[in-house]
Ligand binder design. Structure first.
Ligand SMILES: C[S@@+](CC[C@H](N)C(=O)[O-])C[C@H]1O[C@@H](n2cnc3c(N)ncnc32)[C@H](O)[C@@H]1O
Length: 387
């Protein structure tokens, strides 16, 4: 993920082991994809961590920082702020804001201990409001999963500035670098990522529907938007006969199908994420895959796979339960095929954010629209407009 000399130099200089919790092994501290947790909530969910180095490198590259730049980091921990301080150099400015006083205290201590104390300012506040005062930054790097882009972030972003944000779109997150384009934001890059969720005013909880299998185990459907109006219609659905429909769309092993996931989040009605307890029929079917699904009235479908290409690949399809299972499966297969036909071989999708008050008549046709509290997110597959 490191693509520039400046980011490489920062990773070589900042001692990551001084920013991870005591007891973390040196191997874990420097593992490219380990994110040691620093705080859990009362339910045991991780709410703060030292982000994985691969993600930090990815976001630093996306932000395209230059020496002397001023940067607002949203979500603290110390380590990433120190990396930013290295990249922007002594003429730059780094402010790191976190909603949790424990996290800012921890970050302050680690920054002081590692020699970055006077190069990073830390502030304890809900970043929904940006940074108190009227500062404008060359870059804002959000290191916590955001559902929306609050107005304060745009007010505090310089005209030519970059906003890098892990944005959740119907349950699917991409780390997106945005630049201003007239009255809206247009993406300059986007990468697959995962982050702990935003707390405070910008928190957005998913709605979870628990489907019992009759043996004390559950299949859980998580909805970001579009949760069923009457969830009772799905009572007992797992006992209802299962159907399978195959799409003819094949994929070689080892190739990411993250784009298919995003396409379905944008276009498949009733889209949800699916998790199944060990021992349920669904868990046996899916093994370790991370599937998605959709609800159709009293039935639900999930992404199914079977071996293809003589064992060198897989074919996608849909499994479904419930009286209208065939329709649910057909709706999913239709989108798998649409993605294969219209988006799969084309350029990567681009993203837009149209804040409230922007002129939406300029939004192109054939883009996916995701309504937020403070504006509209658009997702566009450049070839998708062609017949
Ligand atoms: C993944 S951690 C940040 C990692 C950090 N940047 C690092 O150096 O690795 C995400 C942080 O976002 C913070 N956070 C969550 N909601 C926030 C909000 N509304 N405003 C500011 N910080 C928030 C959490 O307290 C948590 O510490």
């Amino acid at each position: 993920m490191i693509r520039s000399e400046a980011v490489e130099a920062a990773f070589r200089r900042v001692p990551r082991h001084l920013f991870v919790p005591a007891g973390t092994s040196i191997e874990e501290a420097y593992s490219a994809d380990a994110a040691p947790p620093t705080k859990k909530d009362v339910e045991g969910q991780i709410i703060s961590s030292v982000s994985a180095p691969f993600l930090q490198a990815q976001m630093l590259e996306q932000a395209q920082l230059h020496p002397g730049a001023s940067v607002l980091e949203i979500g603290s921990g110390g380590y990433n702020a120190a990396l930013i301080a290295e990249v922007v150099g002594p003429a730059g400015r780094v402010v790191s804001v976190d909603i949790d006083p424990d996290v800012t205290a921890w970050a302050r201590e680690a920054l002081d201990a590692s020699g970055y104390g006077n190069r990073v300012e830390t502030v304890c506040a809900d970043a929904e409001h940006g940074l108190a005062g009227s500062s404008v930054f060359d870059a804002i790097i959000v290191t916590v999963g955001a559902w929306d882009i609050p107005p304060a972030w745009l007010t505090q972003l310089d005209h030519d500035g970059t906003l890098s944000v892990p944005l959740r779109m119907n349950g699917v997150t991409r780390s997106i670098a945005f630049a201003r384009q007239a009255d809206h934001l247009a993406s300059t890059s986007a990468e697959v990522c995962g982050f702990v969720p935003m707390q405070g005013l910008g928190e957005r909880r998913e709605r979870v529907l628990q489907l019992p299998d009759g043996h004390g185990r559950y299949v859980r459907l998580r909805f970001d938007t579009g949760a069923p109006e009457d969830p009772n219609l799905l009572d007992g659905v797992l006992a209802d006969m299962k159907v399978r429909v195959w799409s003819g769309v094949e994929f070689p092993n080892g190739v990411s199908f993250a784009d298919l996931h995003l396409w379905n989040a944008c276009f498949l009605p009733g889209f949800c994420k699916v998790a199944a307890d060990e021992g349920t029929e669904l868990a046996q079917d899916r093994k370790s895959w991370f599937p998605f699904g959709c609800v159709f009235i009293d039935s639900f479908a999930y992404l199914a796979v079977r071996p293809a290409m003589d064992g060198a690949g897989i074919e996608f399809g849909a499994g479904a339960y419930g009286p209208n299972g065939e329709q649910a499966a057909a709706a999913m297969v239709e989108q798998i095929q649409a993605w294969d036909r219209r988006a799969r071989r084309g350029p990567v999708p681009t993203f837009g954010f149209w804040p409230d008050g922007s002129d939406r008549s300029h939004i192109p046709d054939h883009v996916a629209l995701l309504e937020k509290h403070h504006g509209l997110v658009t997702v566009s597959w450049p070839r998708a407009s062609r017949p």
